[in-house]
Design a protein around this ligand. Structure first.
Ligand SMILES: O=C(O)C(=O)C[C@]1(C(=O)O)C=C[C@@H](O)C=C1
Length: 288
């Protein structure tokens, strides 16, 4: 072998560094998985069974990723890697099935499911959103993924409750232009941890008349609505700082108090990475 072929070229040096980093990363991944197994054992020792989702901790993990991130790797690539790790960690803690809203665009649903819940999770398509709510409510620790439409064909959220299946997350979690897996959706489960912290609460609100037109300026986001002969059902997202009395007062200010107001879960608010989330709600559509 000649002397020149023994000398490391700059390219060889870069590849050697990638190999070193891969070994370090792999060691960290092995340790992370061992810790997940430890969490599962500690929960079992404390009398818990099955998976318990900690959506607030998951949000914190991704918030930390966003804060630390720099350089040329796309943020959504890093987000996806961490989502895969969190899903693997959940799978190590117990079996669960992810029920998919079969009435939504199939490719968009599959993209979302794989981006957020990885390739190890067990997927099961349901007929529609109401079917997913029923399956998740009847399970011990399954998850459901339901696509959000401004105008819903059915008020599927009527089947949610805080002692059954409830809303635990809103996707996409990172609001970015041109991101992959960008179908708006809610995640539901009955296996959410008891002490979970959420900054946004979700309500089932019903009016026998029309939907008040200006709820948004009162701090109430209409995530979805359904109009029928008996009135309007709305899925409202509201800051967790607002009491139910304040919500009634804000609705009255916007036009009318709802006949029904029922808390049906909550989530950690998505992060608007570019600072220009499009929260425009088509009030003309709701009023017309
Ligand atoms: O914090 C926990 O309890 C964990 O199990 C860890 C972890 C993670 O892998 O980061 C996994 C699942 C939870 O939903 C949240 C976070």
């Amino acid at each position: 072998m000649s002397l020149s072929s023994d000398r490391e070229t700059p390219l060889d040096g870069l590849r050697r560094r990638i190999d070193e980093l891969d070994a370090e990363l792999h060691k960290c991944l092995i340790e992370r998985a061992q810790i997940s197994v430890g969490i599962a054992a500690a929960r079992l020792a404390g009398g818990a069974t099955g998976v318990s989702f900690q959506p607030d901790h998951e949000a914190e993990v991704i918030r930390n990723v966003v804060e630390r991130h720099e350089g040329s790797l796309p943020l959504t690539t890093v987000e996806h890697l961490w989502r895969e790790l969190i899903s693997a960690s959940l799978t190590l803690q117990g079996e669960f099935t992810l029920h998919l809203d079969g009435s939504a665009d199939l490719l968009g649903m599959l993209d979302l499911a794989r981006f957020y819940f990885g390739f190890s999770s067990d997927l099961l398509p349901g007929a529609d959103a109401a079917d997913v709510v029923g399956s998740v409510a009847a399970s011990e620790c399954d998850l459901g993924l339901i696509a959000l439409e401004d105008r819903a064909e059915l008020p599927w959220w009527r089947g949610l409750s805080t002692d059954g299946a409830e809303v635990i997350a809103r996707l996409p979690f990172l609001v970015l232009d041109d991101r992959p897996a960008d179908m708006p959706a809610l995640v539901i489960s009955r296996a959410v941890a008891e002490n979970v912290q959420r900054d946004t609460l979700v309500y089932d609100a019903r009016w026998s008349g029309a939907l008040p037109g200006d709820l948004m300026s009162e701090g109430l986001e209409v995530v979805s609505f359904h109009r029928s002969a008996s009135g309007v059902d709305a899925l409202l997202a509201v800051s967790a700082d607002m009491s139910e009395d304040e919500i009634f007062a804000a609705c009255a200010e916007a036009g009318a108090e709802p006949d029904v107001l029922r808390m049906i879960g909550g989530y950690s608010a998505p992060i608007d990475v570019e600072g220009d989330a499009d929260e425009d709600f088509d009030t003309a559509l709701a009023e017309g």
